[in-house]
Design a protein around this ligand. Sequence first.
Ligand SMILES: Nc1nc2c(ncn2[C@@H]2O[C@H](COP(=O)(O)OP(=O)(O)OP(=O)(O)O)[C@@H](O)[C@H]2O)c(=O)[nH]1
Length: 385
Amino acid sequence: MPLKTVICIGMAGSGKTTFMQRLNSHLHAAKSPPYVVQLDPAVLNVPYGANIDIRDSVKYKKVMENYNLGPNGAIVTSLNLFSTKIDQVIKLVENKRDKYEHCIIDTPGQIECFVWSASGAIITESFASTFPTVIAYIVDTPRNSSPTTFMSNMLYACSILYKTKLPMVVVFNKTDVCKADFAREWMTDFEAFQDALRQDQELNGETGMGSGYMGSLVNSMSLMLEEFYSQLDMVGVSSYTGEGFDEFLTAVDKKVDEYESYYKAERERILKQKEEEEKTKKQKSLEHLMKDLGLKDEQNAENAKQEEADVLSDFEEGENDGIVLRDEDEGVEREYTFAEGDRMSGEVNGKSTPDLQKRYEEAFQKVAKSASSETAENIARYIRQ
Ligand SMILES: Nc1nc2c(ncn2[C@@H]2O[C@H](COP(=O)(O)OP(=O)(O)OP(=O)(O)O)[C@@H](O)[C@H]2O)c(=O)[nH]1
């Protein structure tokens, strides 16, 4: 079995760390220990053994002091610093791909610091472009038993799904306190969710749900979510008792199949499209450059010559007599000059020179080539620069 990555994301206090701990011990018990990555720089104690821990590379408190940052800014900066080494992290995990079946990743409690930050995207993208990757979105079940809270949380999950473009399993945690049957029902039966919403509004003394903008907003949001639910798998688990973890692993396997059959192709298509756009953009820039240099347009050169006489000089009369000194005349040695041969075979009557054009095209090809393979290594090199 190839190594698959599970990234645990969830609101603060939803139980990500406890979930990771249980998943780790569950897989150990099944004689398939996972490779564990811990990405929360601010956590004090981690209740499981991590193979890679962000705290070994970045000292959160020092980041706060040195950069004069608050808690969330320091988390984002720590992640930024860590993401500059993501190529090395990926290589470490890649070296273990024959030994492990799962790589599980814990993320910071401040969900937005990871999901909406550039470094969070880079880390997710680097894993997803190397291994089949599934998002486990952890939900605190007892706290989501109200339909409006449930809907807000699902909207957040929906935004993460569209942002990451990765298969997702919604994990209703803490089922030892509150069963997740209501959530399953709301996710599969639109009418049941509408009833629950109506009851909730009545209980809270609010009326008029069916009319006005609130009513139509809630209706259209729940309709939109219905489409979203069809893309998801949901499981109820208790990180305390270990209930539901087998179902979770089955759901992950199902999502890995989906990743291979759908998401992977979709990601490759988007990447290819981006490459094409980049290529066209560069081609256009090159054309503009050639045009600006007057290498392509003979007419331009002619026009320029004619207009030369009419150009108003910035120089006051008498100052250099309107003659702009060239660097050579001033005795300045140019660092970047074309080779003599190039200058000799240079522009004749504004016609493009094959040598020079060839050079630009070669340079352009080089750049386009490096941009096409957007591996973790390239991303990391780019950030370091
Ligand atoms: N009853 C019950 N409590 C749980 C369960 N999982 C986690 N908890 C409790 O939920 C609280 C938050 O759990 P954590 O694992 O720290 O949650 P987290 O999402 O990692 O928190 P942050 O990283 O700080 O955002 C703790 O008090 C846990 O004991 C569960 O399955 N059942």
